[in-house]
Design a protein around this ligand. Sequence first.
Ligand code: FEO
Length: 166
Amino acid sequence: MMNQQMMDSLNNQVKMEAESSQAYLALASWADAQPGLDGVAEFFYRQSDEERMHMIKLMKYINERGGFAIIPALSQPQITYVSLKSAFDLFLKHELKVSESINDLVETALKVKDYATHNFLQWYVNEQMEEERVARLLNEKLELIGEDKSGLYLFDRDILSGKQKA
Ligand code: FEO
C-alpha cells in the first residue's frame, strides 16, 4: 500500500494534468476560431491529448499500487487571449509550473523512501524537459517574428513539422 502523502501528492498531479489538458483545449478552441491559425489549433489539440495521456498514466499507476486515483472537478480555464504571443507565454508558464510540481513529487518520493514511485516519475522528469524545450523554442520564434505577417504564416504552417513535436 502506498504512503498516504505520496498518494495524495500523485492525485494532486492527476488534477494538474487534467487542468493542463483543459487549458490546452481552451487554447486550441481559441486558435481554431481565429483566421489562419489552423496549425496552432491542431498543435494545442494534440497537446491537450498528451496531457490527458499523462493524467491516465498517473491514474493507472496509483491504482496499480493499491491506491485510488481520484477524478477531480476542474475550474474554467482561460478562454481568450490578446495575442498569439500571450497564448504561448501561458503555455510556457504552465509547463514550468508542471515541472516544479513534478520536482516536488520526486522530492516526496525520496522523503518517504518510495523508490518505485521515484523510478516511475523519471518518465515525467524527461517529458517535462522536452515540453519546456518546445515551449521555449516556440516563444523564441514568436519573439523573432513579432508582427510580421509572413513570419506568422510560416510559424503556423510549420508548427506541426520537424523536431518541434506536437
Ligand atoms: Fe503533462 Fe505538459 O505537463
